[in-house]
Design a protein around this ligand. Structure first.
Ligand code: DGL
Length: 285
């Protein structure tokens, strides 16, 4: 059995790399649904359907837990799958299986509060000025879900959230665009968010795992004082706590790594090799 990691493409590798560092003895299977990438511009029903199929691929390949290393899938599909689909899959696979997302850990890291915390809405002082501004760069579907705005507002009245959808950016990263091409797009979005807010954010979330691959471009477009939340380590922290509470999931112990794609099998782009530190090859799912 193994820890499964799902993304539409190579973005989830940013989370996978952190999870492997955190659980080196565990077995991992990564599935990139590159035949359908990018998913950030698709409809809600399409995203739910593709995420469910991606989890099936992971469970069929031996995963007991499917980590959605994708903000879009976590924002749009996670709750539906956990509530309406996962319960029937335990019987189908004859072992405990589950699907987990990455937005809850990211919000915990951004707010500094556990997910179970909810501020007392009745005690809120409406006249209080928001004192910190959080910017979220994401796909169109994640921005449309407003999950970061809604969930952070429930927990921190002193944190105002502004989203900047970056349609097309994940697709460019997936295609292995050059750093020069990507810099132009990143600079445009950082500037668009600055104009929306009236200044740069105090904190920013790269709310699409593809963007973490080019975190250096975001960091250089933003001022030094803007703190970037590191989504992969927030997810690894949360998963460590989750596995401690749930010893029923069989995660393997041979350190096996499998990389699958629904797209073209073979070597990934130079940008991915550079990020990964070595050439990386995906097999056909
Ligand atoms: N990496 C994904 C995310 O975190 C999906 C990008 C896409 O396929 O549009 O949202």
């Amino acid at each position: 059995m193994a820890i499964g990691v799902f993304d539409s493409g190579v973005g989830g590798l940013t989370v996978h790399r952190e999870l492997v560092a955190r659980f080196p003895e565990r077995d991992f299977v990564y599935f990139a649904d590159q035949a359908n990438a990018p998913i950030g511009g698709k409809t809600g029903e399409q995203i739910v359907d593709l995420t469910r199929k991606g989890c099936e691929t992971l469970f069929d390949a031996g995963a007991s837990v499917a980590v959605l290393a994708c903000n879009t899938a976590s924002a749009v599909a996670l709750r539906r799958l956990q509530q309406t689909w996962i319960p029937s899959q335990q019987a189908r696979y004859g072992r405990p299986v589950n699907v987990l997302g990455i937005i809850v850990p990211t919000i915990e890291a951004a707010t500094g509060l556990p997910w179970t915390y909810e501020s007392d809405m009745s005690a809120r002082d409406d006249k209080k000025q928001a004192i910190d501004i959080l910017g979220v760069f994401s796909t169109a579907a994640t921005a449309l879900s407003r999950v970061y705005e809604i969930e952070i507002d429930k927990r921190r009245e002193d944190l105002a959230v502004f989203s900047e959808p970056c349609p097309g950016l994940a697709g460019l990263i997936e295609l292995g665009a050059t750093a020069e091409e990507l810099k132009v797009v990143v600079d445009e979005h950082v500037d668009s968010l600055r104009r929306k807010i009236g200044r740069h954010p105090d904190t920013a979330i790269l709310g699409c795992t593809h963007y973490e691959i080019i975190a250096d471009l975001f960091a250089s477009a933003l001022p030094d004082r803007t703190r970037l939340i590191h989504q992969p380590s927030a997810v690894a922290d949360a998963l460590e706590r989750y596995f401690a509470r749930h010893p029923e999931y069989e995660l393997g112990s041979s350190g096996r790594r499998t990389f699958l794609t629904s797209g073209k099998a073979g070597a990934q782009s130079d940008m991915v090799s550079q990020f990964w530190g070595a050439p990386l090859t995906f097999d056909a799912a």
